[in-house]
Each structure stands twice: as structure tokens, then as C-alpha cells.
Design a protein around this ligand. Sequence first.
Ligand code: ACO
Length: 325
Amino acid sequence: MTSIRSVIRGVGAYLPERILTNDEISQRLDTSDSWIQERTGIKSRHIAAEGEMTSDLGIKAAKSALVRAGIDPVDIDLLICATATPDRTFPSTAVRIQHAIGMTKGAAFDVQAVCSGFVFAMATADNFIRTGQSKRALVVGAETFSRILDWEDRGTCVLFGDGAGAVVLEAQNQQGTNDDRGVLATRLRSDGRFEDLLYVDGGPSSTQTTGYLRMNGREVFRHAIQKISGVIEETLLASGLAAEEIDLFVPHQANARILDGIAKKLGVAPEKVIKTLDRHGNTSAASIPLALNQAFEAHKLSEGDLVLMEAMGGGFTWGAVLARW
Ligand code: ACO
């Protein structure tokens, strides 16, 4: 029996010009390049210019993905932007991107699942496509975390960066087997009991301020490997595929030790793991499409490759997407 699949037609990304190195941060704060690299794997990150907004990054990434897909924006009927750092409280960053790229039909909305945002947005778009509500979707992950960091808090400000990535998904009829191209399985999870381990201490309804990111890094770390490995197992089980069959592992870029721990637990060889956090830091919802874009540009993605994406973020939220390129 044939199935409608969400086939990835194109990927694009954008990083702000300004690069902030660990050494620069150590000139202002009691930290060091060696501490940051040893504990996280991060060497530098990109920071948005004054006045450069999340939508500006998202628009550039979206346009690049559309060009690579060879798809006209007027043919896109769904735009989902995953972001925790919207330009405004409302309207959504997605409608600003929609307007800028010249998308005139369908719907655009934001998804808020912090670092898991891209995985949540992919799963949502895939469900719209598989039920026939959407034919071509643009999924964007865009963030300016530099704007919600407490630059006096060395425990958090060294970890994050700004950037955006995007993919174009298209509904295609496939055989309905694991050899199909496109999204094969997705699994999403959240558990609000862990809200206080990673949050922003402001918001329109609470403080009427934007607030700053607060995190208990050690506790987040403790949960990460176990929760992410669990949802990957569920996703593989749902697809009937095994970890040995994964050609490329494109994880959310939070911390090299988390990535390595998950890859080891899964039995995925280091050369199959895409790592960008050394130069991007943690770009939250943008990190997976940025990493996917880097893999594409480095010719590491071939048609038929099995790609595993996963993330965990504030909430907690976590999830995985398994797709064939
Ligand atoms: N430079 C120097 N020292 C530092 C720094 C820094 N940038 N940050 C913290 N320290 C100090 C602390 O003050 C503490 O000092 P103390 O012992 O004198 O009190 C010491 O280092 C140890 O602090 P911990 O927080 O216990 O350090 P840890 O080894 O856990 O590393 C880190 C901290 C890197 C944040 C780690 O906990 C981590 O990566 N956690 C995962 C968090 C994460 O990735 N969050 C991203 C969002 S969620 C996600 O995407 C999965």
C-alpha cells in the first residue's frame, strides 16, 4: 500500500557575521577557553548584529532552502518556525518570514519547544503532510539566544549562539516501506515537572519583561542522555529500523559530552555524527537544521541515507525524527 511521505527537498542555513570566541568571553568573565572547550566542546559562536532579528536569520535560511529545493514560495502552503526567541510576543515570527519570502497561501505559525523546537516542528509538518492538509512545508528553526542570556552568568552565557536553518518538505507518494524517502517516524515527549531546571525568568504574563535564561546545568546533563536515548529507541521501534542502519546522526548541538554519550549508547560510529557546536555553540531550535546544512554542504548526505535527528530542551521537551534523505 502506498503512503504519503514528507520528502526533504532542500536545506539551507544562515549564521550572523559576528563570531565571538571563548577567549573574548574570558576577557570579561572568570572563565577560560580550556574550561569551555573541555566541558562543552564549544570554541566560538555567532552573535546577531544590533537590530538583526530572529526573523532576519530565518528569512535568509528559508530563502536558501527554497532555492536548493527549486520550489517557488507561492507553492508553500505551510510554514512552521521553531523559536524561543521571537521578534515580538505576537504575531509569530513565522508570519514575518511568510511575508518576507512571498508565501501567499496556507498557514504560518510558531512552535515553542525551546531546543527541541525543530524536532517538534518537523513532526507537526509531517503530520500535516501525511493527512493531506499540506503539500509543501517550510520548517524553520531560528534563534537569537544572545538576547536572553545573562552575560554575567558564566554557567550559561558561554553555551549558546545565534543562527537559523530551514528545510523544505514535499508530499510524495511512496511505497509505504522503510526504503521510502522522507520522514519515516517521529516521536515527541515533554514533562513539565522539570520546568525549573531550564527556563527564562520573564514573560508577558508573569513579569512583563523578556527575562534571562536560567539553568541547572548539572541536572539537565543528568537527564539528557537517558531521555534522548529513550525517545530514539521509541522512534526506531516505530519505524522497524535498527540503530546500525543509521547513516548520519544529526543531533541537537548542546554539549559534545552529551552527543558522544548518546552516539556511544546507540553504537553509532563517530564519523557518522555531525558536530557543529565547536563553531556554533548551542543555537537551540536552529542547531539541527544548521548541522543538516553543514552535512549537505560537506557532501555527507546522499539520496537514500538514513538520518536520525534528536533534541532535548527546556520543559523538558524531547524528541526524535528518523528520515531517509
Ligand atoms: N568557566 C569556568 N568555571 C565555570 C563556568 C565557566 N564558564 N561555568 C561554571 N563554572 C564553574 C561553576 O561555578 C562550578 O564552580 P564551583 O565548583 O566553584 O561551584 C564548577 O565550574 C562546576 O560547575 P557545574 O555547573 O557543576 O559544571 P559542570 O561540569 O556540570 O559543567 C555545564 C557545566 C557545561 C553547563 C554542564 O552542566 C552541561 O553542559 N550541562 C548540560 C546543559 C546544556 O547543555 N544545556 C543546554 C540546553 S538543554 C539542551 O540543549 C540539552
